[in-house]
Design a protein around this ligand. Sequence first.
Ligand SMILES: [Fe+2]
Ligand SMILES: [Fe+2]
Length: 136
Amino acid sequence: MAVYWRQDLIQIGIESIDQHHQQMLDLLGKFHSSFNTNLEEERFKMIIDFIDNHTVPTFKNEEQLMKKHHYPNFEEHQHEHRLFLDNYKELKKEFKKKGVNKQLFLTMYRTISQLLTEHISRADQSMGSYLKDRLA
Ligand SMILES: [Fe+2]
Ligand SMILES: [Fe+2]
């Protein structure tokens, strides 16, 4: 089942961050559509690309902004980013152990979508309201 996200919870009102998030959620959508095919290797590449080329830079961008503007919950927020990436590493290890298979992809999709949308609609929203005042 696809994970749905509410636009109003996902939009935090800072353009560069919102664009990154939108790209990430679009990619997750594509990833979900790929379940109709049997291209396991392709899917594996998609998820690696998603994390390495989109998630890591997005986290970095947020962390730079928070640091620059002395966001009081910086460490807590950064910790959540790290936990997310640790979680991903665990899933990746499991892939290496068990090989690419649909069930694991589904677990990965669900875990990543849920963690990400939960993080964006809560932690990123608070960061956004703080930064909006400073960037105005
Ligand atoms: Fe974010
Ligand atoms: Fe974040």
